[in-house]
Ligand binder design. Structure first.
Ligand code: GLU
Length: 524
């Protein structure tokens, strides 16, 4: 494997990511992009982005934008591609028609491809015939021997046509750098359609021409492309081109071991961004979908990945997409952030959830926030209560340890910004306690807390006073006191501890919430 690479000197290695802009950049494609990028970085090669937009109907500029935005977000910088330029452009297939024409005309002249004028009905009838006799579906080769005159006449009459490849019958053997030799008989390919006309090649032919023209040395792509490879090799041979080297990445499976799909939650990489996954977490996660290090190390920075990455560590067996692992890695990276930085990162989510507002227009901010904005004043959208940046930091910090993705923050902290909470009686009642007991407890809590001076309203004091109260009322089970208090303050089944929360909420709000909670309980 290493020997193969040495035939090409470092710096000469050229790889490409060649997505079709027919949908958002999903996580499977991002994995392909990443391995290309990583390999290029490792070998000091060039990473090219080529947009394969030959399917005019399904290709959309907005998907190209989504792809480029996704790559930029992750930091997978391409050196050549749309908007970047390079010596081998244009990098959109739709802009390469003149280049394709040269090759298609050459193939036609050498009689390696031919015009086919068969109608859809004819093709359909032949297909049904083959199905009837249990034969593999392949073109009948009816048009292979049309005379020059017939062709000229049909073209003149504007008869619909395509160009077919005179597929040579042979065993195609190619070497995959991960999997070794792969062999496939061309017998079942039939004379495949390779172009619609002289300037419009279909996928396989366009790709072969482009990879050659762009001097691509290694094709790194998903295993699902293995069946295309022998076809592309035959086309390369017909053009007298030496094919690049191949690395087919393993399939990505969902947790239920079927091919990863939307059903499993596979989505556009920009949606992961929106959900609050951090770039280093995504990178760490992606690399394990096809590679494993020599050690047990689980977390890598990008530079250390580039250093440790080698083809030898790549796997051919399918990789399972484990969401819990992604959340775990993301949580790890969230914990690495300072509390101030984390607050800055959480800020757009709080705005988006309509919890806080500030002086600038909401549209300006979400997901493009920066620290300067944080010097501004914030207020709760509902109550208009002012919040300093420090107070927001204290709120976010409560969840620093348990946050798995940034978007979770709004639901965890919403009660700090709301006017009134919606309480559930069942939730307020601790274990087997009676309703009236809890009501009395809340009453005692209110009285005791009411006596604490505003200037002493600090977590430590609150804790001291409340634990003392628990002792006075003879409660061995502190939950009887602290549970209803916590629920009264948050309205939630789970949250940070009541002392920390009460401190940030402030005296007035704490007492107000205890009173509100009390009201829903009956005294008898
Ligand atoms: N346009 C192809 C795709 O999106 C790329 C094929 C390749 O990488 O060779 O699947």
């Amino acid at each position: 494997m290493t020997k193969e690479l040495k035939l090409i000197s470092p710096g000469e290695i050229r790889v490409r990511f060649a997505p079709s802009p027919t949908g958002p950049l999903h996580i499977g494609s991002v994995r392909t992009a990443f391995f290309n990028y990583l390999f290029a970085q490792k070998e000091q090669g060039t990473f090219v982005l080529r947009i394969e937009d030959t399917d005019e109907e399904r290709s959309k500029p907005e998907w190209e934008k989504d792809i480029i935005e996704g790559l930029n977000w992750l930091g997978f910088q391409f050196q050549e591609g749309p908007g970047k330029g390079g010596n081998f452009g244009p990098y959109r297939q739709s802009e390469r028609k003149e280049i394709y024409k040269k090759y298609i005309e050459k193939l036609l002249k050498e009689k390696k491809i031919y015009y086919c004028f068969c109608s859809l009905e004819e093709l359909e009838a032949h297909k049904n015939y083959l199905i009837g006799i249990g034969q593999p579906l392949r073109y009948s080769e009816k048009c292979v021997n049309l005379s020059e005159q017939e062709i000229a006449k049909n073209l003149e009459q504007g008869k619909p046509c395509v160009l077919r490849f005179k597929t040579p019958l042979k065993k195609v053997i190619f070497k995959d750098l991960l999997r070794g030799e792969i062999e496939q008989d061309s017998e079942n390919f039939g004379d495949m359609i390779v172009a619609r006309d002289l300037t419009t090649p279909l996928y396989n032919l366009a790709l072969v021409i482009d990879d050659f023209e762009m001097k691509i040395t290694h094709i790194i792509r998903g295993e699902d492309h293995i069946p295309n490879t022998p076809k592309q090799i035959l086309l390369a041979e017909a053009l007298g081109i030496e094919p690049p080297k191949y690395i087919h990445l393993p399939l990505i499976l969902g947790p239920d071991k079927t091919k990863l799909s939307k059903r499993h939650g596979a989505k556009s990489v920009l949606e992961y961004k929106k959900d609050g996954y951090l770039v280093p977490a995504i990178i760490n996660f992606l690399v394990f979908l096809g590679w494993s290090p020599k050690t047990n190390k689980e977390i890598f920075s990008l530079p250390s990945l580039i250093q440790e990455f080698s083809l030898e560590g790549m796997q051919k067996s399918a990789a399972v997409f484990n969401f819990q692992k992604l959340d775990w890695i993301n949580g790890f990276y969230i914990r690495q952030k300072s509390k101030e930085k984390l607050t800055e990162l959480c800020f757009p989510y709080l705005i988006e959830a309509n919890l806080i507002e500030t002086h600038f227009e909401t549209e300006q901010c979400p997901f493009a926030c920066n620290i300067e904005l944080l010097a501004q004043k914030f207020r709760a959208k509902e109550t208009k209560e002012e919040f300093s940046f420090e107070r927001l930091v204290n709120i976010v910090e409560l969840y620093h340890e348990r946050l798995k993705k940034l978007s979770e923050i709004s639901e965890l902290v919403d009660f700090f910004f709301k006017k009134k909470l919606i309480y559930s009686k069942e939730l307020l009642i601790w274990k087997n306690a009676e309703e009236k007991e809890i009501k009395q407890t809340l009453d005692k809590l209110k009285k005791t807390l009411g006596k604490i001076k505003k200037e002493n309203w600090e977590r430590k004091n609150l804790e001291q006073v409340l634990l003392k109260l628990a002792g006075e009322i003879g409660e061995r089970d502190r939950g009887k006191l602290l549970w209803p208090l916590r629920v009264a303050l948050t309205g939630k089944k789970a949250s940070a501890g009541p002392f920390e929360i009460a401190e940030i909420l402030g005296k007035e709000k704490t007492l107000e919430r205890i009173e509100q909670a009390k009201k829903i309980l009956s005294a008898d």
